[in-house]
Design a protein around this ligand. Sequence first.
Ligand SMILES: [Zn+2]
Length: 154
Amino acid sequence: MKLAVRGIPTNAVERLRAGGLDANGQPALVAIAEGSRNPCRHCLQLIAEGEEMLVLSYRPFAHAQPYAETGPIFLHRQDCPRYEASQLPVWIAQMTPAIIRGYDRNDWIKYETGAVVSGNELGVESEKILADGTTAYVHIRSRFNCFQCRVERA
Ligand SMILES: [Zn+2]
């Protein structure tokens, strides 16, 4: 199965970079990236140590509803291109363990799809979950439950 992996929408990122409020109604904090495991959720690349990043609360769903979890994410402070590819970014294999789960068309969690897997299994697990046509999309999260990216059928 061909996958479609995308970073969060560019218009949302531009709004946040311009000082727009996050999911908690606060402007993003500016921080300096420490270490090498700070993924930008727009370009889905790791933010280089020492680089400026935005830290903010994000709800990766179009509308508020009971299953629309909100949590912290990082973004490059400077412009970056939105990730759009048919596979997951390479670094995600190092994110172990990771949380994966599918959602239905109403953005509700499909409980039978939820799993904690090794980072290098995320591509195969995404395909497995998306093989069920009643699954609309997959979310990948870190072991801290931080949203990483959305995966769909291409
Ligand atoms: Zn970026």
